[in-house]
Ligand binder design. Structure first.
Ligand SMILES: [Zn+2]
Ligand SMILES: [Zn+2]
Length: 862
């Protein structure tokens, strides 16, 4: 065993343990062959990504959960993996190509996909290296990728099964189209933003010359695709116009006025234009009245030949050109400012266009029903529970899920078309049409939404559709740990797919944690420039201090405001733990503490006290961790370690370690207490505690050790009194500027146990004098719960000078207090001054009053 460095250096400590843990197979659930299974899957990060602080928090929580369970004897599995992240990854590779002046079309589909795989091989390990660096104890022998062979088989199986069941279908519908990414998006991939726009009012003249109808629109360019005008059937203003036609300005098309309840008589003129190919509601109106959809844009949002003279213009150029033409030709009624919600692509922020196209959909209503039931029945429980309402609201209002994407990187849709119009859906690529046997079939060009494969993650990663041992053992997973931002993208879909294909919920509990915000509470974002890179923090302060700082703030559902001051505080704690261990190892033979047990049979009073507290705190800690209240759990443990063990017990231990009797029990206690602290802190600070374990225990690895089982010990009843007496004397010394080396006389009544008397005498630096009754004067009092102490002042402080000093101080505070009270007595001030100013004066008043009471008590004691 090497000797310990004098200081805690995270960079040294965090260099080597990870490989040791992996080589020892500790991260594999087989490490505990008889353990009850406890499995969790990682929310698979994008293969193109790098670790951000959100991962930092999510992975710290995962690792704290899984390391503790492993030490408790469970067959703990944290299954890692990455997501192919269709659009995101394709965008990255396309940007690289653009630097060379190329597009994906220049390469062609096959060469482009090969290029993405190449890119994935080159950079895909960056994020997994970063996950390791942070100490996350994933079982890398089970690592998966959403496009690996096994997961691709699972995707095919699910697609074909749902198709056969009628739950996947192809349809011509209005979808959300991103003209930048060139693909359809699902509803939740659209981010709605309130923006300033305009409302353009246009007059449509009746064909018979008997009048006009005025309509209003935020997207006037879509008028090129109008094939009708709708009015409410009960709207008397338009009663005689229903069935007539209008001439569409700029285009000249004759279009009908139809009666439909979609038109809202309260909004604008009560008449609305109908553009079936570019608005989901208009599409439905069009279907009801047989209005033909006319697409007026291509997939890049450029006006096509249906736009007549506006063809070739971008949609936003067309908007102004059309407004101008309407004005020139006398059709413009007016343009007004208008604030409204505009949908943007969640990947590239381009404005999303409602667009009529052929897409694949999952019919979700039938899949959602049992997923709602499962949460209502408690088969899955959300923590915190309030997220269940969000989940229900979402699941009960679902529209069918658009799953096809017009990109190349992803799971290609297993559908083949033959020139005779037959469709073949197959698990393995067919050579011929399944209906007529023609061999000139072509596969659908589209790929599946990335979330289609991640929805299967809890079972596809365990080998499904094969009935593997892993699947039987680790499905359902114990928990799922994630941020609220992907409840809809991921949690809800895993619930639907898991229940449908496995007949059981994918996980028993859903733990929802908050966001990491900056120290001012702002959301971290690249555009604001307030992101903090966890890897930078790990380099500067250590991964362990960052983990401790994050977990100390992590209660379910609460956002974490990350202040670097906490991380440096966590590092100071690491240093304190390091120094406490060094102190212990001056008295305890290094490497001599057993990995388990070894609690003393006959502990001294202070030893019994610390063992009692260790037992109580470790049981409270366990209870809080079981409720995922990590902030509370680690807060409790941290303050026990710091203020009870480091501040009190180590000092008290000094009083017996140099004495012939009691030293053995204290050495033994010191050893097991430090060892159990290392165990309890291991889930949060794995590297540091492992390093210290090697010095204290000296064999095996802490990561594979057993969780502490502290026996119930009864400590002395008067420990609080002893501590309060010592603190009281120390406070008196500090107030009076008396050197710790000057021995004071302390009278205590009724009386202290001999061990307590000894500890007080040594730690407070006093001579204890027995006393029958309280002394009248010449003493200052220290009161504890059951005792009173009297410090003799004679010869310690100059009573006259002290009295004069206190009198002067009292006079000063009294004058300050009078000023504040005068202000607060002034009704004009209290009524008119801002609330926080008045509040400030009130708190000054309380502060001065308290100070005054204290000074007067000091004076009385003299
Ligand atoms: Zn986009
Ligand atoms: Zn055919």
């Amino acid at each position: 065993m090497t000797s310990m460095n004098p200081t805690y250096e995270p960079a040294d400590v965090e260099r080597h343990w990870y490989e040791r843990w992996e080589e020892a197979g500790i991260f594999r659930p087989e490490y505990r062959p008889d353990g009850e299974p406890f499995a969790v899957v990682i929310p698979p990060p994008n293969v193109t990504g790098s670790l951000h602080m959100g991962h930092g928090l999510n992975h710290t929580i995962h690792d704290v959960v899984i390391r503790r369970k492993r030490m408790q004897g469970y067959a703990a599995l944290w299954l890692p993996g990455t997501d192919h992240a269709g659009i995101a990854t394709q965008n990255v590779v396309e940007r690289e190509l653009a630097n060379e002046g190329l597009t994906r079309h220049d390469l062609g589909r096959e060469a482009f996909i090969e290029q993405v795989w190449e890119w994935k091989r080159k950079y895909g390990e960056r994020i997994t290296r970063q996950i390791r660096r942070m100490g996350s104890s994933c079982d890398w022998t089970r690592e998966r990728f959403t496009m690996d062979e096994g997961l691709s088989v699972a995707v095919r199986e699910v697609f074909v099964t749902l198709y056969d069941e009628g739950l996947i279908y192809r349809g011509n519908r209005i979808i959300n189209w991103c003209p930048r990414c060139g693909t359809a998006l699902s509803d939740i991939e659209v981010e709605h933003v309130e923006e300033n726009g305009t409302l353009t009012h246009i007059r449509y003249p009746l064909t018979d010359g008997s009048g006009e109808v005025v309509v209003a629109t935020t997207r006037p360019e879509t008028m090129l695709g109008d094939t009708g005008v709708a009015v409410h059937p009960d709207d008397h203003r338009y009663k005689d116009m229903i069935g007539k036609t209008v001439i569409l300005p700029l285009v000249g098309r004759e279009i009908p006025i139809v009666a439909d309840e979609w038109a809202d008589p309260e909004f604008g003129s009560g008449a609305v234009k109908v553009t079936p190919a570019h608005d989901p509601n208009d599409f439905e109106v069009g279907q009801r009245h047989g209005l033909e959809p006319v697409l007026i844009m291509d997939t890049s949002a450029i006006i096509n030949e249906n736009g007549g003279r506006f063809a070739g213009l971008d949609r936003f150029e067309a908007r102004t050109a059309i407004q101008r033409a309407l004005e020139d030709e006398g059709f413009l009624v007016g343009i007004e400012e208008h604030r409204h919600s505009v949908g943007h692509c969640y990947r590239c922020e381009a404005v999303v266009e409602p667009y009529l196209s052929d897409q694949w959909f999952v019919a979700v209503t039938e899949l959602a029903r049992p997923a709602i039931e499962a949460v209502r029945d408690g088969a899955n429980v959300f923590i915190p529970k309030r997220w269940e309402n969000t989940y229900f609201h979402w699941m009960e209002n679902l529209r069918d899920w658009t799953i096809s994407r017009q990109i190349w990187w992803g799971h290609r849709i297993p559908a083949w078309y033959c020139p005779d119009g037959h469709l073949t859906i197959a698990r393995t690529d067919p050579d011929v049409c399944g209906t007529c046997g023609r061999s000139d079939i072509t596969q659908d060009e589209d790929v599946l939404d990335t979330w289609f494969s991640s929805a299967l993650f809890p079972f596809s990663t365990l080998g499904w559709p094969e009935q593997t041992e892993d699947l039987a053992r680790y499905y359902p997973n114990a928990v799922l740990i994630t941020g609220f931002d992907i409840i809809f993208f991921w949690v809800a879909r895993m619930m639907k797919m898991g229940i449908h294909f496995m007949g059981e919920v994918p996980f028993r509990q859903t733990i929802i944690h908050g966001l990491v915000r900056d120290a001012d509470g702002e959301k971290m974002s690249k555009s604001k420039g307030n992101t903090i890179d966890p890897l930078d923090v790990a380099d500067e302060y250590g991964a362990d201090p960052l983990r401790l700082a994050l977990i100390q703030a992590a209660n379910p559902g609460q956002d974490v405001r990350l202040d670097m001051e906490w991380v440096s505080g966590a590092r100071r704690f690491g240093n304190k733990l390091w120094n406490a261990t060094r102190f212990a190892l001056r008295h305890v033979e290094p490497g001599s503490v057993p990995a388990d047990g070894g609690y003393p049979d006959d502990p001294g009073a202070a030893d019994a006290w610390v063992l009692q507290r260790l037992g109580e705190v470790s049981r409270e800690f366990d209870a809080l961790c079981d409720e995922y209240r990590f902030s509370d759990a680690f807060g409790r443990l941290y303050s026990f370690a710091w203020s009870e063990v480091f501040d009190w017990y180590l000092e008290m231990a000094k009083t017996t370690l140099d004495q012939p009797e009691g030293a053995a029990a204290t050495r033994q206690t010191l050893g097991v207490v430090m060892r159990d602290l290392l165990k309890l802190f291991h889930p949060a600070m794995p590297y540091l505690t492992e390093e210290l374990w090697q010095h204290v225990v000296g064999e095996g690895l802490l990561a594979g050790a057993d969780w502490p089982r502290v026996p119930e010990v009864s400590g002395p009843a008067d420990m609080d009194d002893v501590q309060e007496l010592i603190s009281g004397v120390r406070r008196f010394r500090a107030d009076q500027g008396i050197s710790p080396r000057q021995t004071l006389d302390l009278k205590v009544m009724p009386s202290l146990d001999p061990w307590g008397a000894d500890v007080v005498a040594r730690l407070a630096g006093v001579n204890l004098v027995g006393v029958g009754a309280a002394p009248e004067t010449g003493h200052t009092r220290v009161v504890t719960r059951r005792l009173q102490g009297f410090i003799a002042l004679e010869g310690v402080v100059d009573l006259e000078a002290e009295r004069a000093r206190i009198d002067k101080a009292i006079a000063g505070v009294e004058s300050d207090l009078a000023k504040v009270e005068a202000k607060l007595g002034n009704a004009a001030f209290v009524d008119k001054a801002p609330a926080d100013v008045v509040e400030k004066e009130r708190s000054k008043q309380t502060e001065f009053q308290g100070l005054l009471d204290k000074l007067r008590a000091q004076l009385d004691a003299l």
